[in-house]
Design a protein around this ligand. Structure first.
Ligand SMILES: Nc1ncnc2c1ncn2[C@@H]1O[C@H](COP(=O)(O)OP(=O)(O)OP(=O)(O)O)[C@@H](O)[C@H]1O
Ligand SMILES: [Mg+2]
Length: 499
């Protein structure tokens, strides 16, 4: 692997990368940065958490002119949170250069954005809908744009942003450089590539292994009615540092986070119907560790890089293999390990097999843990806490008290009582969860063995469920198949404001 010196980057960027703790380039950076620095168009595919942001961030910061205050670079992302995160990472890379990246997204006051634009950032990181708003208001000038990046390009297509993206790409100067990145590259991407890119270089890191090996992948067959109790047991057994639980619908996310809170877990939900202030505060609390469980729809499946996420639970099996890959990719990032557990109801097994085929990787079947295992897990935690305190805390102020207690009660009884108080015993507080219909795969859509696995990503998608909740009503579950994708201006998704 190259060090960042080998790319011939400006010393201020090498210094910034070293400040960020980046010593060597990751595989995708190693292969794409030199090509992007030459000004060539490229399509970059590499697994989740392998540094695709810097793979386009470094060439952006290197190639753009710091003396020029015009907008020279645009990065489009599918979600608002991702726009903020990507802008932050670019600003870190640019910390010793006079280049700034500004995030622009729906749900944020547009006049504030216009004010921020007056400070002349060279790079805009935006969700497509809000970028279009600014384009129409002429508050963003496009004539000096040299580089356009589509991050999570396939997801933006899934969300129906295709027309917006086409319009944006038509408006920016034709001789720009276009970079397109994602961990998953379904075929529809090729259309964009052909239409809007100039002789793009395709760089794909291990296309057959779309998931990273350091994420342990398990599944459990669980009846819909039992899912919640099983989830609680798993949380008790694993005591994750930070966990993300994905649910299928917004209602599901609301109900789950409420139910978890009722049972004493620090959990909050995030989905597209919450206002931006709420979304921001939930994510902030999760990053700080104020809450340890984030319950989310697929709005949090893409790109988010939160350190400390040790576990991902698919409370509801994802709709398709792309969603699966990105959801579980919120753990096991930057070389760390992670565990992903997917719940599958008995009627959804075919759907799970379809995901396994598309990702070319089997999930390990695990049996549902028992209540006593959950109890043991919590007891283990209590013992750990106690031993840690015994080893580290200054206990002087408690010693006399302890000696007095030991005169009346024997030591085993006393320690047992202390452990009981420290143990979070299984909580069976009743909760209310509306049942979700299982995801079914029609026999026709189930590809014969061996097919659809080439390149890891050819498998056909299962049908979307037909329940009202999971319609693309507000951008959470978008039509992904050719037939149902809106084609006209009228039926286009109502911009990223709804996400
Ligand atoms: N060369 C490097 N050395 C060390 N850490 C790195 C390097 N490049 C990136 N990282 C870190 O790795 C983590 C994952 O990077 P990033 O978010 O860019 O992944 P990604 O490939 O875009 O993933 P996803 O497909 O989920 O969007 C980040 O915390 C980033 O700071
Ligand atoms: Mg990314």
């Amino acid at each position: 692997m190259s060090t960042f010196f080998d790319f011939g980057l400006h010393h201020s960027i090498v210094r910034a990368l070293s400040n960020m703790g980046f010593e060597e380039a990751t595989a995708i950076q190693d292969q794409t940065v030199p090509v992007a620095l030459q000004g060539r168009d490229l399509i970059g595919q590499a697994q989740t958490g392998t540094g695709k942001t810097a793979a386009f961030g470094i060439p952006l910061v290197e190639r753009l002119d710091e003396e020029n205050g015009n907008i020279q670079g645009v990065v489009l992302t599918p979600t608002r949170e991702l726009a903020v995160q990507v802008a932050e990472e670019i600003n870190k890379i640019a910390q010793f250069k006079k280049i700034t990246a500004l995030p622009i997204y729906g749900g944020q006051d547009i006049t504030r954005q216009i004010k921020a634009l007056k400070k002349r950032p060279q790079i805009i990181v935006a969700t497509p809908g809000r970028f279009m708003d600014h384009m129409r208001r002429r508050t963003i000038r496009l004539d000096a744009i040299e580089i356009v990046v589509l991050d999570e390009a396939d997801e933006m297509l899934n969300m129906g942003f295709i027309d917006d993206i086409k319009e944006i790409l038509k408006e920016v100067p034709e001789n720009r450089q276009t970079l397109l990145f994602s961990a998953t590259m379904p075929r529809a991407i090729q259309e964009i590539a052909q239409q809007f890119m100039t002789d793009p270089t395709l760089i794909s890191v291990k296309p057959k292994e779309v998931t990273v090996p350091n994420i342990e992948q398990q599944y459990m067959e669980v009846a819909e009615k039992q899912k919640f109790d099983v989830l609680c047991r798993l949380l008790d057994i694993h005591s994750p540092e930070l966990a993300i639980i994905f649910g299928r619908t917004k209602r599901r996310v609301d109900e789950l986070s409420e139910a978890l809170t009722k049972r004493g877990y620090g959990a909050e939900g995030i989905h597209g119907d919450l206002n931006q202030a709420k979304r921001d505060s939930v994510l902030r609390k999760f990053k700080e560790g104020t809450i340890e469980v984030l319950v989310a729809t697929d709005v949090a499946a893409r790109g988010l890089d939160i350190s400390g996420v040790t576990h991902v639970f698919n409370f509801d099996i994802p709709q398709d293999s792309e969603s699966y890959v990105h959801r579980i990719g919120r753990t096991g990032r930057a070389g760390k390990t992670g565990l992903a557990i997917t719940f599958v109801s008995p009627r959804e097994i075919d759907h799970l097999r379809l995901i396994e085929r598309a990702t070319n990787r089997r999930m390990e079947r695990r049996s549902v843990p028992s209540m006593s295992e959950a109890m043991e897990g919590q007891q283990r935690m209590a013992v750990e806490k106690m031993l840690e305190a015994a080893g580290r805390e200054n206990l002087q102020a408690y010693k006399t008290l302890a000696e007095q207690l030991l005169e009346d009660v024997d030591s085993v009884t006393l320690v047992s009582a202390a452990l009981k108080l420290l143990t979070k015993e299984p909580d069976m507080t009743p909760v209310r969860l509306t049942e979700e219909a299982p995801l079914r795969v029609s026999k026709k859509k189930f590809p014969p063995k061996g097919k659809g696995t080439s390149g890891g990503y050819g498998a056909k998608r299962p049908q979307r469920p037909r329940t009202g909740e999971s319609r693309p009503r507000s951008g959470e579950f978008r039509p992904r198949s050719g037939e149902s994708r809106p084609r006209t201006g009228d039926s286009r998704p109502r911009s990223d404001r709804q996400r």
